[in-house]
Design a protein around this ligand. Structure first.
Ligand code: UD1
Length: 366
């Protein structure tokens, strides 16, 4: 029986962790031929290539190389490039998009206008904060998707409230956690002392890149200065996102010269998970890290005022701390005192979400 062509879209670092287990499930199943498309929204070796390699993704059939730019510029470039590819090449039976980045929304808009159905993996997440570019991307993508694969029980409620038909909504679990579980043997084999010069259990891990934390000079300056102070109590490993590095330069923020405050380039996937797994605590504004820390049982101070992933607060190890330095210091103190909640397991985050997705797609797209 011939294989049915479907497209899968990646653009940024977190997309790759979500697409990788889907690629594997598609390959094992054998019903579909996946055309992997990279928009090139992320393009650095350590924001893109290392993830493609480590996660065993196939070489993309196309890379649009859109690079950095305003959201409108990125959206326009991605839409134009994907439209051309769809016009010139064979039309897929459907397009799989993951997450909430600009590439997700731009390819969804293009596909739907060309009459191609969309399956959105990680649908239904809502922070109810329209200042986040990702919230707009989520709302737009969900509203034009044909199949809504949901990770979090709250996602089902959000989609139903917005009037999406129940038959379009499928609660399948979390593909990012499929990747984490499948990668555990490799992650456990990494020595954090060798990698980052820290002792397991005796450091904090920091990752920040959201506009709400890094695009305002006062906010970024106050967080960096706080980290300098906190690093006197416990060493800090700060894996610095290129956006944050850029803002430190733009705002001429000098980072405190402290022996305990270690800035590093972004880690590869396995290395990053190893550093998080062995950390005493995590301070982050990333969506994925709230989920990964929860599954790994590492206290996660989420430097945001809201989350589209409430189950990481309800069941997991995350707490919304915001970006006020006193609140961060107070939460840090509670972890240091051993006074932090424990995570419990999250429904269907069992490593099998991708299989559920492909089993369903076989019924509707074959
Ligand atoms: C994007 C996503 C965000 C996701 C994050 C993960 C959107 C709206 N945002 O944010 O949801 O959590 O990726 O990393 O899609 N840069 C480089 N090299 C790269 C990529 C980016 O230097 O490979 C720098 C550039 O200065 C660029 C800036 O980072 O302007 C921001 O990149 P961009 O892709 O626009 O958004 P992110 O902040 O990475």
């Amino acid at each position: 029986m011939s294989k049915t062509l479907i497209d899968g879209i990646v653009g940024t670092r977190p997309n790759m962790m979500k697409m990788a287990p889907l690629c594997k499930a598609i390959e094992q199943d054998g019903s579909f031929e996946l055309r992997l498309i990279h928009t090139g929204q992320h393009y650095d070796e350590n924001m893109s290539d290392v993830f493609l390699r480590q996660l065993g993704l196939p070489a993309p059939a196309a890379n649009f190389m859109v690079g950095s730019g305003s959201h409108a510029a990125q959206t326009a470039k991605i839409m134009t490039a994907y439209e051309q590819l769809l016009q010139n090449g064979p039309k897929p039976k459907g397009t799989i998009v993951v997450g909430d980045v600009t590439s997700t929304m731009a390819c969804s808009l293009t596909a739907v206008k060309m009459g191609i159905p969309i399956a959105h993996v990680e649908a239904g997440l809502r922070s109810f904060d329209r200042e986040m570019p990702e919230e707009i991307n989520r709302i737009v993508t969900d509203s034009i998707s044909d199949i809504l694969f949901v990770t979090d029980p709250d996602g089902v409620i959000n989609l139903a409230r917005e009037g999406h038909a129940a038959e379009k909504i499928k609660f399948v679990g979390n593909v990012m956690i499929d990747t984490l579980m499948a990668s555990m043997p490799l992650i456990k084999g990494i020595d954090v002392a060798e990698l980052a010069g820290v002792e397991a259990g005796k450091y904090a891990y920091v990752s920040l890149h959201r506009p709400s934390n890094v695009d305002n000079p006062e906010t970024l300056r106050s967080i960096i200065s706080l980290l300098g102070e906190l690093s006197d109590e416990l060493p800090i490993v700060f894996a610095i996102h290129p956006r944050t590095r850029q803002r430190l330069d733009d705002f001429a923020i000098t980072v405190p010269q402290k022996p305990g405050l270690k800035f590093t380039a972004p880690f590869g996937y396995h290395e990053n998970m190893a550093v998080i797994r062995s950390a005493r605590m995590v301070l982050s504004d990333s969506g994925g890290i709230q989920e990964e820390s929860s599954v790994l049982g590492v206290p996660c101070l989420t430097l945001r005022f809201n989350t589209e992933r409430p189950c990481t607060v309800e069941y997991g190890s995350s707490e919304l701390v915001g970006n006020d330095t006193e609140k961060i210091r107070e939460a840090w103190g509670r972890v240091m005192a051993g006074n932090w909640k424990k995570s419990s397991s999250i429904p269907l985050w069992d490593g099998n979400a991708s299989q559920r997705i492909i089993d369903f797609l076989k019924r509707v797209w074959k």
